[in-house]
Design a protein around this ligand. Sequence first.
Ligand code: GLU
Length: 708
Amino acid sequence: MSNDHSYIIMDPDFQTVDIEAYKHGGSNITGVRFFDPSLDIIQEFIAAVNEQVLELSNKQTENAISENGLPLNLALMYDSVMLYTSAIDAMGLTEGGDINCDHQNSWEFGSSIINYVRTIEIDGLTGIVKFDEDGLRSDFEIDVLEVMGHGFEKVGTWTADDGYTEARKIIPPIEEEGSESMKGKHFIVLTALSAPYGMLKESQATLEGNDRYEGFGIEIIEELAKMNEFNYTFDIQEDGVYGSYDAKTGKWNGMMEKIMDGRAHFAITDLTITSARQKAVDFTSPFMNLGITILYKKPTKEPPNLFSFISPFSLEVWGWLAGAYVGVSVLLFVLGRFAPEEWQNPYPCIAEPETLDNQFTLANSFWFTLGSVLTQGSEIAPIAVSTRMAGSMWWFFTLIMVSSYTANLAAFLTVESKFYAIKSVQDLANNPYGMTYGAKKGGATFSFFKESDNLLYQKMYQYMDTHPEYMTATNDEGLERVKSETENYAFLMESTSIEYMVERNCDVAQVGGLLDSKGYGIAMKKNSPYRQPMSESILQLQEQGKITRMKDKWWKEKRGGGACADDDTGSGDAQPLVLANVGGVFIVLAAGSGMAAICAFVEMIFDVWITSHRVKVPFKEELIAELKFIFTTSGEVKPVRHRESTGSGSKGSKKDDDDKSVNAEAPPDDLLEPGRANNSERSSHSHHTSHSRRQSNALQVARMRRFS
Ligand code: GLU
């Protein structure tokens, strides 16, 4: 009792059978009935009979007739009696004859009644009751019933004259014109050795026939064969040409040609459904979706930059920072001159000095701002409200700038920067770094560029058309050229194939997004009767998730899949900085130290030159004496060699010389060595005291000694 079975039940009481157990079995069960139990006349008869039955059987309901339970013989008997009584009535007979079954004699009205009955017609329980010349019922109608999920259903009628008439509106099965069962048939399936769609099995044993091949496409055909119960033999397209149309010869080549010629029934591989191909052959629904994109070498790691400490700020910000530094320094200098509080008594011991000093000289202003921007501070401290305000704003500015710099520097030093030669198809079209590119010869990718009306793609088509040397026979060849060290080659390829390649070749990657969207399908002859069943089966495989599972298996697991899965992990971890990352800072330090040494040397030479002129000693002699002192004398005390006073100069150094000369015989340490004087001053004065003030104080002490 399944879909495959059909039954015709000849029992005229079919409608009285309990069909509950067979309603959902799926079998086709057909039967007949002579009357429709739902008619009023039938139901009234059943009710009348049941009334009698219940009365006679003391209300025992099991003997009652159910709604559908009126048997044909009872209905026929009723109709016979009705017919007989109507004949008797019509003939005006009031009593029957004295006859019994054990005697030969018959009732005198018997034949008249029979003749009469043959001529009349009544509307009985079983329809019109009427007889032909032979005394058989004529003109009756039989209902044809079928068992459905909801019970019996009248599907047609049968009459002796017209035969069977279908009562249902027959909806023909939705089949494409020419759709045909594939069951038990044998097909040639063309495929190409293109991984992972079709590949030769790796096996020690010698394999034969279909056993030699495996792959995504091969497995799809295996599944389709199981579903549609067909047999198949794989045939390989040795040259790997899928098929393109040659306008000159008006012919197709490759797999397409074989399908059109009938040399193969189906073709399956990474065969793209294109409008041009669709005109020549039929395709099933796509079993995979994809788009064109670029295969290229993975972006290389950029070598660490010696001067990466510059990178946290753009050049523009560095420029603005320098501008702010100069601006604020000059502002402090100007504010210092304006602010009365910045004019301080240089000699605290003298209550009413003749002159006042200002700590914000131009040099000190620059030193103050530099000290704070480099987070080192300086001994200069603003006193006036205006200078303090400017100073604190500068400190706030430097706080934000320095924190931003530090935060960004950490990122710049630890995050590996990558060099992308191209990031999109636009970059590729511009041919940077002498890059070359191509696609599979005669493939759907090449046709895409050929057919496109996009100017960029047209430009790329022109390039590929004029450089056939960059076109490849297979995708594998394209991959090898991309990987090649000697070539700077990018390959335009379909995304699904790129996914497969990058799983196994960790030095290549997909670049940019998809240029279009299309699918792979199974090709067959135009108007093939197998398109419909094959498409349906593919959709079923997709709905069951089988195609996704197959894809995962052939892309990520089999034949070295997943080899590059861990490739990029760890790039987010902090890496120890190598010298190359921070080398620039050492260079700056070395350069600064070198410059300081040069400055010191130039200062020394200059001082020696001045001195040699002043005391009229040859420069060379003076220089040698000075160098001798520097390199031979230990200790921190330097005797003053020249006593002559220049008698002029208000500048610190000259004043120093001047003052030093006063006590040259027994030079006190603090006078001869301004640095030391400064040290002693630093301990006794507040840190507000400026360098110049300390120098002046030292001079003050010297003067006082001179007076005493
Ligand atoms: N799938 C393509 C085709 O059917 C081949 C590969 C390509 O052109 O990128 O022709």
